[in-house]
Write a protein that binds this ligand. Structure first.
Ligand code: ADP
Length: 485
């Protein structure tokens, strides 16, 4: 760990103002403090804005829209590419900001920059591929076209677990499509978003195309969702807030993309390669300290592999450490806040009271630290099978047959990601088809990619991010029928 813990090379990237219509607006009487989840010290602040400033941001986005939408896609793509380059150039500083405000290990923060930035690169190219269609006319003398046009002003609301990536995977396709945006990052991690916007400005994003407001979530959300000017909401966060925002969007008939809670199952079948299954489970569970919507929340192991799988996991998890994210020897950093620690503790205690054994880790050591922990012999109806733990707690549940494993995986109202490990082709075909999730990982715990469609079914939401599907979310199809030819 360097002596200058959390210092930025370019101190300007620690921004405490919001961006509205190309103007950086300073704070007001009661700014929001941003703290470091490890030291618990405040190290930054952002303005506490509300409805009036959000209206101003919507107007700025609306004013910027016609010119931005009319620019050749190739030019919009070129700006995204310059932005991508600047993010590359400031990778260390952005990762430092993420570790400071979110707590995750610096290695994971750097991984997030690379992952988040891959969306900038992908959509820089994809901008030019918003292709339309020429439809063979059923009536002579007519030309039928399906054109694609930008949806308009978009509201983007993002969570704290991936402060850069959750934003870049919305901003990049939105701008590529020709939309302008008003972003509301999480009040827990707004600083990465502001630094990201600064680099966008430097890359040549015109005033008003990207606006960032921080402050009171309900007031900002209310202004964004009730506006007729805003034609789309893209939200990543919890299911209850997603449902609320969808309801709020209904009155103005906005398009919505909602990426919500996951409660992902991970299933190790008897014929899985043990090493592959253990690696996949650890990645799916402990990536981002378990604070990911696609984190394996319930780990099911078939009886034939169960004991070997659990003892291999116990060895690996027992060797993991928790502590300062800036100390590279730590596997995981602190979790986001005290509420998160309390939830993890209550899930662990409830499972143990229901008969589970703790084979590695254990109670939280204090502060916002939560130890990488393994529970085995967890009851099928434990609280942690119904709610997302969102922390470094791995819980293994035994099962008998392939059919039971699939049924247990599907036993939830959520359907974001699901993982399973097996070497049997018939089981692969069957489980991949029968998993009620928007994404399936087979023999891997790492599935996210800018090139692939990320998104859920059931209570995990609507819409996709990444790939050409992610661009479609920001495009309307306009049917043009020309007669008299
Ligand atoms: P998490 O559990 O990840 O914090 P939330 O759904 O609470 O998930 O938060 C995700 C994002 O939604 C954050 O930016 C938060 O400020 C915002 N948010 C929370 N409640 C509302 C609301 N009522 N209206 C608009 N945004 C909201």
């Amino acid at each position: 760990m360097s002596q200058q813990r959390g210092q930025l090379n370019e101190t300007d990237l620690l921004e405490s103002r919001c961006l509205i219509g190309g103007t950086w607006l300073g704070g007001n009487a009661a700014p929001i403090a941003v703290d470091d989840p490890f030291t618990l010290e405040d190290f930054g602040q952002v303005p506490n804005l509300g409805e009036a400033e959000t209206q101003a941001a919507i107007e700025a986005a609306s004013e910027a829209l016609p010119t931005w939408a009319a620019r050749p896609a190739r030019e919009r793509g070129a700006i995204l590419r310059r932005w991508w380059e600047l993010i590359e150039l400031h990778r260390d500083d952005l990762a430092t900001l993420i570790t400071r405000e979110n707590g995750k290990s610096i290695r994971e923060a750097q991984g997030e920059i690379d992952y988040g930035n891959s969306y900038m690169e992908f959509y820089a190219d994809e901008a030019t591929r918003a292709l339309g269609e020429i439809i063979p006319s059923p009536i002579p003398g007519r030309r039928l076209l399906a054109e694609r046009e930008p949806v308009g002003v978009c509201a983007l609301i993002t969570p704290w677990n991936f402060p850069l990536a959750m934003l870049s995977r919305k901003v990049a396709p939105a701008l590529a499509a020709g939309c302008t945006v008003v972003c509301k990052p999480s009040e827990l991690t707004p600083l990465t978003a502001l630094a990201f916007a600064k680099l966008g400005e430097e890359a040549g994003v015109p005033p008003g195309v990207v606006n960032i407001v921080t402050g009171e979530a309900r007031a900002i959300g209310g202004a964004l969702t009730s506006s007729m000017t805003v034609r789309k909401l893209s939200f990543t966060g919890s299911t209850p807030v997603g449902v609320l925002l969808a309801e709020q969007c209904a009155a103005t008939m906005k398009r919505t993309s909602l990426e919500l809670g996951g409660n992902a199952p991970f299933v190790a079948f008897d014929d899985a390669d043990l090493e592959v299954a253990v690696d996949a489970a650890l990645t799916a569970k402990f990536r981002n300290g378990g604070q990911s919507c696609i984190a394996a929340n319930r780990i099911y192991a078939q009886k034939g592999i169960h004991d070997r799988f659990v003892s291999a996991l116990a060895e690996k998890i027992g060797a993991m450490t928790v502590g300062d994210g800036f100390d590279e020897s730590n596997t995981v950093g602190p979790v986001i806040d005290e509420r998160a620690v309390a939830k993890i503790d209550s899930h662990r205690e409830e499972a143990i009271a229901g008969g589970a054994q703790c084979l590695a880790g254990g109670p939280s050591p204090g502060g916002r630290l939560s130890r990488p922990t393994l529970l085995a012999g967890v009851a099928k109806d434990a609280q942690l099978t119904r709610e997302e733990t969102f922390g470094p707690l791995a819980a293994v549940i035994a099962f008998d047959t392939v059919e039971e494993g699939i049924a247990l995986a599907n036993n939830t109202p959520f359907g974001l990601a699901g993982y399973f490990c097996t070497s049997d082709q018939a089981t692969i075909a069957k489980a991949a088809r029968q998993f009620q999730t928007g994404m399936v990982g087979i023999n891997t715990g790492l599935i996210s990619s800018a090139h692939a469609p990320f998104g859920g079914v059931k209570m995990s939401g609507l819409g996709k991010e990444g790939s050409h599907h992610g661009l479609e979310e920001y495009l309307n199809v306009k049917y043009v029928c020309q007669a008299g030819l």
